[in-house]
Design a protein around this ligand. Sequence first.
Ligand SMILES: Nc1ncnc2c1ncn2[C@@H]1O[C@H](COP(=O)(O)OP(=O)(O)OP(=O)(O)O)[C@@H](O)[C@H]1O
Ligand SMILES: [Mg+2]
Length: 390
Amino acid sequence: MKIERLKIQNFRVFKDVQIEDIPALALFVGANGTGKSTLFDVFGFLRDSLQDNVHVAVTRRGGFKEVRSRGASGPITFEVKFREDQGPLVTYLLKVEEQDGRAVVAQEVLRYRRGQSGKPWHFLDFNYGEGTAVTNEVDYGTPNAEMQREPQKLDSPEILAIKGLGQFERFRVVSSFRRLIERWHLSDFHIQAARPSQEAGYAEHLSPEGDNLPLVTQYLFARHPKLFAEILDKMKQRVPGVTKVEATETVDGRLVLRFQDGSFRDPFIARYVSDGTIKMFAYLILLHDPSPHPLLCIEEPENQLYPTLLGELVEEFRDYARRGGQVMASTHSPDLLNAAEVGEVYWLEKRDGYTTVVRAKEDAQVCALVEAGDSLGALWKQGLLGGAGL
Ligand SMILES: Nc1ncnc2c1ncn2[C@@H]1O[C@H](COP(=O)(O)OP(=O)(O)OP(=O)(O)O)[C@@H](O)[C@H]1O
Ligand SMILES: [Mg+2]
């Protein structure tokens, strides 16, 4: 499943923004404060809304007044257009307003066209906790099949219908959208968090800050030895000297990562290896996840890494996306941009307090220069990608 378009209104710095034709790997550049992290937080907001409710999502972000774009009066709106393999384009629309001091769902719609033509069909359509929903799932491909729709009421206007209506657990399109939101992952790796030892335990997926790196290492080593060997091979190629990495348990039951340098007998524990070594290892663990996140957002992956490694990292993002996990990353790195295709790059530009998002592919000058052999990193440095260069 892939997100193809995203429309955001009145959410912080995004007063009215549309991002079209989103590819499997999308890279976002932009000056500080243009909204790269806010863009990723759209999915954080949707996840909080789904797991708890929209009031919790808004409150966690400082309240309605903070979250709604300054000077705006309309609802906070997200429109996500996504497609399952071979499926039709499905639209999920969510509008959040404030009522008596609480954030509520003013509108929630899930719609798609059945068959090649015809009007989009509303699978569910809710306002303030009441609406109609389809009660039997009918295949996309059978446009004439009978759908049953009936009025429904949710327990509260703060919860999402896709969560609150039990019948949707069985509906394929709704459950794959829920899965996308629930399994969305933000990687904002913090070297210091990944260094210390950690309580023994169990983890299959790297946490956002990477603090469970030893546990995931142990899991991959024990359960996916071939994959782990591949990770080690890449480490050996990319970080001079590293021959082996292992997670070992200390006498007091803690787990420590040890990095073996071929030149010395005793390994170094994670606390004493270089920042770049830890980061490269963490990214290899993240990107070789045997069950990729449907959507992975990565904050500035370039930090601490040697510039020539960034091309391979971009290739790994693409591999991850090919395995079914769409990747969005924010970056300030010309070397990383150099490894990107023009169709993968967007820039964020802030004017008069609000940001717009531009696809590099849609800029005739940028396309002509790339065609003539200029690199995206150099164009960005010259300020041609949104004037946010170095
Ligand atoms: N309600 C709001 N209305 C308008 N702008 C807002 C609102 N809330 C926050 N902002 C602005 O949104 C921006 C937040 O930017 P964000 O942290 O997403 O930027 P970024 O591109 O990730 O920056 P960096 O490169 O520094 O990480 C800030 O400039 C902030 O002033
Ligand atoms: Mg940021």
